[in-house]
Design a protein around this ligand. Sequence first.
Ligand SMILES: O=C(COP(=O)(O)O)N(O)CCCCOP(=O)(O)O
Ligand SMILES: [Ca+2]
Ligand code: NA
Ligand SMILES: [Zn+2]
Length: 311
Amino acid sequence: PYVNTKEILEKANKEYYAVAALNINNLEFLQAILEAGIEKKSPLIIETSEGAIKYAGTGDPLRGAKFFVDMVKGFADTLDIPVSLHLDHGKDFKYIVSAIKAGYSSVMIDASDKPFEENVKITKEIVKIAHSVGVSVEAELGKLAGIEDNVSSAESVLVNPDEAKKFVEETQVDFLAPAIGTSHGAFKFKGEAKLDYDRLKQVKELTGIPLVLHGASSVVEEIVEIAEKYGADFGGSKGVPSEILKETVQLGINKVNTDTDLRMAFVAGLREYLHNNPKEFDPRNYMKKGKEYVKKVVADRLELLGSAGKA
Ligand SMILES: O=C(COP(=O)(O)O)N(O)CCCCOP(=O)(O)O
Ligand SMILES: [Ca+2]
Ligand code: NA
Ligand SMILES: [Zn+2]
């Protein structure tokens, strides 16, 4: 069934596992993700960025948001596993309100690039609107290096645990994304992968609410190999190793945002299929391999995070 993200994450928080939050921009990624969730009997959080809503709605936020609600709810209401739809990195009020109006389960208000007091103010506004219609809210403290906050890794700002306690009390936000050293995309670490476990532990102790890890893709070696065999250049790519990801779940992460791993899996399958089937031009055929690899990457992640069997 189509459920609220809060229901999925409260259970995960109580039982100390994490649920994958998987980004989509089209039908095919949703199909692959749902197949993995059905196979693993796992709850799923489907999420879309504002860019995905712009893409699907060809520029009209409400049309794009409705497209995703209709597609995700349409599938979810036929399934036995709990599925929710979340707006990822909401920054533009128009997009956040459109998502709420369209029927999203939850929204992220990302004002983490603002000074603390402003982040509190903006988040409180969104919480008021969202909670009035039963939509749950995610916010972020600290800055991820890399693309999203367009800050360099040198400037990435890690979460301040005491601020996190104050932030949650003042905003009544439902889930929190503490920056602990990850970044978006396929090039997360220059040297050794390292996250600030101490800060994460303190944030969990001081807030007790479900926590979100952004920039959590692992950059799967087998996928990189296949993609590069068929012409991709992913040199220098590095993600969050599985062991480190598992440690963050033990320390209280309950929602794990994953986009890059899905994108790389899909393009690896596309490249392989198109190389081996030069005569093919039916999209229902030439996207099969890409969907297969996305399903595999998601299925493995559901096992790793401990949500398999929790539906
Ligand atoms: O934290 C993550 C995922 O991190 P990852 O890159 O490690 O998968 N996310 O929040 C997903 C970010 C999606 C960005 O989408 P647009 O390109 O449409 O803006
Ligand atoms: Ca941010
Ligand atoms: Na999010
Ligand atoms: Zn993110």
